[in-house]
Structure formats: structure tokens, C-alpha cells
Design a protein around this ligand. Sequence first.
Ligand code: BTN
Length: 244
Amino acid sequence: MIGGKIIRLKLVDSTNLYLQQCIRKSEIVEGTIVIAEEQTDGKGQRENKWESAKGENLTFSFVLYPNFLKATDQFLISKIVSLSLVDLLKNYVKNVKIKWPNDIFIGKKKIAGVLIENVIKGASISSSVIGIGLNINQKEFSEELKSATSLYLETGKDFNIEDILIQLLDCLNGWYDKLKNEEIKDIHAQYEKALYQFNEFCSYSANNEIFNAKIIRVENDGRLCVTTDSNEIRKFAFKEIQFL
Ligand code: BTN
């Protein structure tokens, strides 16, 4: 069960790094969470840093051993984690979307990010460390994070971080059960339904070229599939396309 065991830390470099070190050193039960009040080296995607004010937000990581999943289906983990965040946030705010691959947006602003680090052995996934940063009570963000938001900024209210964690764990356990029960169609459908800019013509850039396209699906391997306004189908892996 996700959250069956919780390791609480006041200060750590990164909960993802800490959990990876624990996994290397000893047996860590599936679903174990490491949660920190403050990270000195919080990691984001694309080698970015994840900044979060001390004690104001949720910053935690947990481990799964989804050895029932083929390595080629690893993007399903990204989908169920994003969907869990969407389900949680829908209780408090409107217009919650998943910006491919797994950023969680309210309108045009990012409220949560996910960093998944899988270890692949042969054709299967031997461990998956999933780090989540969810902005809850933070009231101001630095200049570089102009497009960040928090539950406080969206609702004008402060939230109890522990209550939000418990609700998020419920959502994560629900979606992980669906994955184990092979309810894959539902996972794909719900992810597509929540996808930011799905089926809308918008501007993107790739290979130093700007073009209009609409997202038509996400491939099983996680690639974003779009149709351009000249009816060409193009597929992009993470980092190969930018949303403008
Ligand atoms: C992103 O959107 O760039 C991903 C951000 C992930 C941040 C979380 S905070 C908890 C966990 N520990 C880390 O160092 N990163 C993830």
C-alpha cells in the first residue's frame, strides 16, 4: 500500500535521492514514502531544480516495484500518478489539466510536478521512485517561477498539508489498483480527457521550427502524437517538443 510506511524528514537534499539510497542499502517495502519539510537540492525534470518554501507544500517520494509491467509500458506509471493528482485537485479547483507528460496545471499555471526515476532490469521495471511536488500554501514564487501556482493562490485558503497527503495517497492507491487490475483502457481514456490542449490547434516548437498542431493522442511509449495544420502526423519524445 502506498503510504503504508512513512519516513518523515525535516531537511534532506532530495527525497528522490534519499529513497534511492535507502533502496540500494536495504530492503524497502513497496509504497514506502519519504516526506520532507525542506529539500536543499529538490530535483525537477530536465535537470531543473524544484523550489518549494519550507513547510508550506508537499514534497515527497515513494517507491513501487511494478514488476508486472513491461519496461515498454512504463509511461503508465506517469499516467496514474498524474491522474491521482488531478482527482485530488478537482475537489478544490476547476480547470485541472495534465500538461504532457506529467505537469499538473490549473489554467495556464503549474501547481504540481512529478519526477519518476525507474530502474529497468531486462524487459521489466525493477523499481520506480516517484517524486511529487505539490504547491499547497505557498503565497509567493520567485521571478523565474512566474507561472507557478498553489492551492492557496487558487482558492485564497490555507490547507492542512497532512490532510492533503492522506487524500492524495487514497487517489494513488486507487489508480495503482486499477493498473494492477489491468484497467488500462480507463487509464488511457481518463489521461486523454485531462490532457492540456488536447484536440486544440496550438503553437509548438521543435527542431528550431514553430508550427501549429493539435494533440491527438499519447503513444504507449509516452510519445506525444500531434497533427499539424498541414495534416502531417508527428510524434515527439520528452524534451523534443516545447509548448509555446
Ligand atoms: C518537475 O515538474 O520538474 C518535477 C518536480 C518534482 C519535484 C519533487 S519534490 C519531491 C521529489 N524530490 C525531488 O527532488 N523531486 C521530487
